[in-house]
Write a protein that binds this ligand. Structure first.
Ligand SMILES: NC(=O)c1ccc[n+]([C@@H]2O[C@H](COP(=O)([O-])OP(=O)(O)OC[C@H]3O[C@@H](n4cnc5c(N)ncnc54)[C@H](O)[C@@H]3O)[C@@H](O)[C@H]2O)c1
Length: 263
């Protein structure tokens, strides 16, 4: 099947990451129009290099923490002639992103308010602002869907011991924002239901992205299927949530975590 998303125009934040770039590739292959967005930089450039020639692909610079940019984004897309009917709140400050930027992982006691607030600004306030703009510009005008991206660390605590000696850690603000984003899903689902807009959360598990054998072994022991996910395995569920086949689902949290949350 190559037309699962043929009637979908999908707007994605943070599209250049390991999962976002996989979603973009898979969505285009299923007939969607894809409106990718991310911070300017090498991830955005790689995405434009890969898909810039595809007439079903467009890219916009967007910092989800910047209120002015978020306020304008859908009007810009609409002026350019496309009407998004699926929106993915996918952008986040992640452990892997901080590791890649050479950031330290302070203890909880040493976590600064500014680091905490920076994560909340992107992961939670950014998601709120994108949803609020969707409410202003899209909801009620045509049927649509919002998918908020949480994590296996939204409603489950991390096993801190698996991060000992690793170059990245789980951090408190991340888990807090991932729990919070599902609160936004639950609040909005009933609010938007009369307007033919659905809202769901996807909670991906641990996705392989070059992690060491030792980390894979430690985390694998906590996962029913015994291993990390490939990005395409998360995309399989994401594509379904973006499709017309998910039309009767709203207010749900979909765990795609190899059974991590199911013990
Ligand atoms: N990879 C995993 O194991 C995993 C597991 C659970 C949940 N998730 C979630 O899935 C989503 C995608 O994760 P990923 O693995 O692709 O992460 P990633 O770190 O590879 O990519 C995150 C993307 O968000 C972008 N971003 C960061 N700050 C931004 C901002 N202010 N405005 C716009 N974009 C911004 C980054 O540029 C990057 O492209 C995230 O919400 C993440 O929390 C990932």
């Amino acid at each position: 099947m190559h037309d699962q998303l043929k009637d979908r125009t999908i707007f994605i934040t943070g599209s250049g990451g390991v999962l976002g770039s996989t979603y973009v590739r898979r969505m285009l292959a299923q007939g969607a129009r894809v409106i990718a967005s991310d911070l300017p930089g090498h991830r955005a450039d790689a995405l434009k290099d890969a898909h810039g020639d595809n007439p079903d692909f467009r890219f916009y610079d967007l910092d989800v923490g910047n209120e002015d940019q978020v306020t304008e984004i859908f009007q810009r897309v609409l002026r350019d002639g496309w009407q998004p009917n699926v929106v993915l709140n996918n952008a986040a400050i992640t452990g892997e992103l901080l590791m890649g930027a050479g950031k330290p992982f302070p203890s909880f006691a040493d976590t600064s308010v500014s680091d905490w607030e920076r994560t909340l600004r992107t992961n939670l306030t950014g998601a709120f602002m994108v949803a609020r703009q969707m409410d202003r510009d899209i909801v009620g005008k045509w049927p649509c869907a919002l998918i908020n991206v949480a994590s296996m660390y939204a409603l489950n605590g991390p096993h801190h011991a698996i991060y000992e000696g690793m170059p990245f850690k789980s951090f408190s603000a991340y888990s807090t924002t991932k729990a919070g984003i599902h609160g936004l899903t639950l609040w909005l689902a009933g609010y938007w239901a009369p307007h033919k807009a659905t809202v769901n959360t996807i909670a991906p598990g641990a996705v392989f992205n070059g992690h060491s054998d030792e980390f894979q072994r430690r985390v694998g022991e906590l996962i029913m299927v015994g291993r990390m996910a490939q990005p395409d395995e998360i995309a399989d569920a994401m594509l379904f949530l973006c499709s017309a086949q998910a039309g009767y689902m709203t207010g749900q949290l979909v765990n795609v975590d190899g059974g991590f949350s199911g013990w």
